[in-house]
Design a binder for this molecule. Structure first.
Ligand SMILES: [Zn+2]
Length: 77
C-alpha cells in the first residue's frame, strides 16, 4: 500500500469500516511511514472530537489542515 491509498482509505480506517486485509496493510504502512502515521493520528483526533460534538462541523482551519496533510501524503513527503 502506498501513501495515496492510505489517504483514500483513511476515513474508513478511522471509522473501523475497513476490510480486515486492507486494515492490516494500512497499519503495516503506518509503521514504516511516519508522515502517514502522524496524519492518521491527527485525522483520528479530529474525527473523535467531531463525533463528540453532536452538530459540530469541521472548522475551516481543521479542514485546511487536513487538506494540506492529505496533499503532502499524496506527494509522498
Ligand atoms: Zn505513507
Amino acid at each position: 500500500m502506498n501513501c495515496r491509498e492510505v489517504a483514500e482509505l483513511l476515513l474508513e480506517y478511522v471509522g473501523g469500516e475497513l476490510a480486515p486485509d486492507a486494515h492490516t496493510r494500512l497499519e503495516l504502512h503506518l509503521e514504516k511511514c511516519p508522515p502517514c502515521a502522524h496524519f492518521t493520528a491527527s485525522y483520528r483526533l479530529t474525527v473523535t472530537l467531531t463525533r463528540r460534538l453532536p452538530r459540530a462541523e469541521l472548522s475551516p482551519e481543521a479542514a485546511a489542515r487536513l487538506r494540506a496533510a492529505l496533499e503532502a501524503a499524496q506527494r509522498g513527503v
